[in-house]
Design a protein around this ligand. Structure first.
Ligand code: G6P
Length: 489
């Protein structure tokens, strides 16, 4: 919005995320730069804002020898037309072990998804996590002044806001938590609950995807920090003379760009031929291989579906586009084995001739192929056991240019708040009902499919990435009342 852009032309915007928006690959011989961008929606969406406001983005530089970075870790991006600064924080092996593989992904990730079994809240990992949060906070305070708007992304940085607050007490601090926030009796298992909450409460604004996570967070603060004054009506928390506002704004996607990519229909024939899926009804799953995504549960439902609908054999295929993720962690390695075994089992049991019930696409598809696959898939299966939002659901919807696909959507994904009405709702823990939901979806009339998809597509188009970003940034500015722009100089 104009207000946000005007405010950001006066104040420095500093974004902090674990993953970086650009990775530079320098060609050795002629020094020509090739740039790869992580496909993530958030980085793609924030980049144009950063370019307009000339802010600074701080992220982990992954230390790859292919990436050319100045000695101080700073680069101007985009390389072809430098507009803002990317400041990379270099992390050692042991930092990564403790901060990323350890505390972020073995404590906070499962904990926030309500999965207690794999949680490992090792105090040593936490110390690394704290040290890395300090390192990022230092990079922030080197850039920021009292007038800055500092925007932390996600669960990698629960402690950094408190550290930054000490250095620049008047800066505007906001954080978006991209994953769920768990119920209080789940969060309480965490021995580091207090410092985590204390860190997050240094923000002026803390944003989650949906109201349920906001409520859970307020519950946790009430339970763990008795001296904090939690105002349920205004969703604010007062403590030590400071207020933290807590809000829900569901992350959106760049729906227009998605639709454009999905309209590139020329790549479909080649892709379908390559994977032998041109003559079948296609159900699609796209995920990082993560135990929160409900992939084995989905395969169980597919198996049940073929058991109960033998006439579908030979004419229905489940396509799984899964990318390996965090594979150094035992629970991820184990998941990979479970998925491999389950797919092997179903394919051996039902596969016949050229037809395979499950086709895997393990490579990372180029964007236009991925969107062609979305567009031409008859069903999308989003079966997360718990998911902050799930952008795959939104990407599938935005790709349905002919309004003829059906989304089967877990009621445990944040996206269900917005898309539940048009979706076929599933509980991934209920194998029998999940299998029957596939049949129900296939039995829907063309009119019904169209009506459902049109509603969903409208929502995804209206509340897109940019509407979301405006909401977050406007609310951040509101947290300070009238912005005192003098302070930015
Ligand atoms: C989730 C998190 C992101 C993270 C992404 C990929 O969506 O919310 O912060 O970047 O997963 O995971 P990775 O560990 O590979 O960055």
């Amino acid at each position: 919005s104009p207000r946000v852009l005007e405010a950001l032309s006066e104040r420095e915007l500093v974004v902090v995320s674990n993953r970086q928006p650009y990775a530079h690959n320098y060609e050795d011989d002629d020094g020509e730069i090739t740039v790869s961008r992580p496909a993530g929606g958030l980085t793609a969406g924030l980049d144009p804002v950063m370019q307009r406001t000339e802010g600074t983005w701080i992220a982990w530089g992954d230390g790859d020898a292919d990436f050319e970075v100045a000695d101080d870790g700073r680069v101007r991006v985009p390389p072809e037309d430098p507009a803002y600064t990317l400041s990379r924080v270099d992390l050692s092996e042991s930092d990564l072990e403790g901060y990323y593989y350890g505390y972020s992904n073995q404590a906070l990730w499962p904990l926030c998804h309500g999965m207690i079994y794999p949680v490992r809240c090792d105090g040593r990992d936490f110390e690394r996590y704290r040290a890395v949060n300090r390192q990022f906070a230092k990079a922030v305070t080197e850039e920021a002044s009292e007038g800055s708007l500092i925007w932390f992304q996600d669960y990698h940085f629960a402690l950094a806001p408190r550290i930054v607050r000490r250095e620049v007490p008047e800066a505007l601090l906001t954080q978006f938590w991209h994953i769920p926030w768990p119920a209080a009796d789940t969060f309480e298992v965490c021995p580091q609950a207090d410092p985590l909450l204390d860190g997050l409460l240094a923000n002026d604004l803390l944003v989650f995807h949906i109201p349920a996570y906001v409520e859970n967070f307020l519950d946790c603060v009430e339970r763990e920090i008795p001296e904090a004054a939690v105002d349920r009506d205004h969703r604010t928390i007062q403590r030590n003379g400071r207020t933290t506002t807590v809000r829900a704004f569901p992350l959106g996607i760049d729906a227009e760009r998605t639709a454009e990519l999905a309209s590139e229909s020329s790549v479909w024939a080649d892709l379908a031929g390559r994977y032998g899926i041109d003559d079948v009804t296609v159900a699609l799953g796209v995920d990082r291989l993560d135990y929160t995504k409900g992939i084995p549960e989905r395969i169980d439902a597919i198996e049940r579906f073929f058991e109960e609908n033998p006439e579908r054999r030979g004419e229905f295929t489940y396509v799984q586009n899964g990318s390996a993720s965090r594979s150094e962690i035992a629970s991820y390695e184990y998941l990979q084995q479970r998925v491999d075994a389950a797919i092997g089992r179903v394919n051996r049991r039902f596969g016949a001739g050229d037809w395979q019930p499950i086709v895997r696409i393990d490579e990372m598809l180029p964007e236009e192929e991925l969107y062609a696959l979305y567009r031409h898939s008859d069903l999308a299966l989003v079966s997360a056991l718990r998911d902050g939002m799930n952008l795959v659901a939104k990407e599938y919807v935005a790709s349905q240019l002919d309004d003829d696909g059906i989304l089967l959507l877990s009621k445990f994904a944040g996206a269900h708040e917005e898309l539940g009405e048009g979706a076929v709702t599933i509980n991934p823990f209920d194998t029998q009902d999940f299998a029957e939901a596939i049949e129900r979806a296939l039995a829907l009339s063309a009119e019904e499919r169209e009506a459902r998809m049109a509603t969903q597509r409208q929502r995804v188009g209206e509340y897109d990435l940019f509407a979301w970003m405006d909401d977050v940034l406007e609310t951040a500015l509101d947290c300070e009342g009238e912005p005192d722009l003098d302070r930015s100089t």
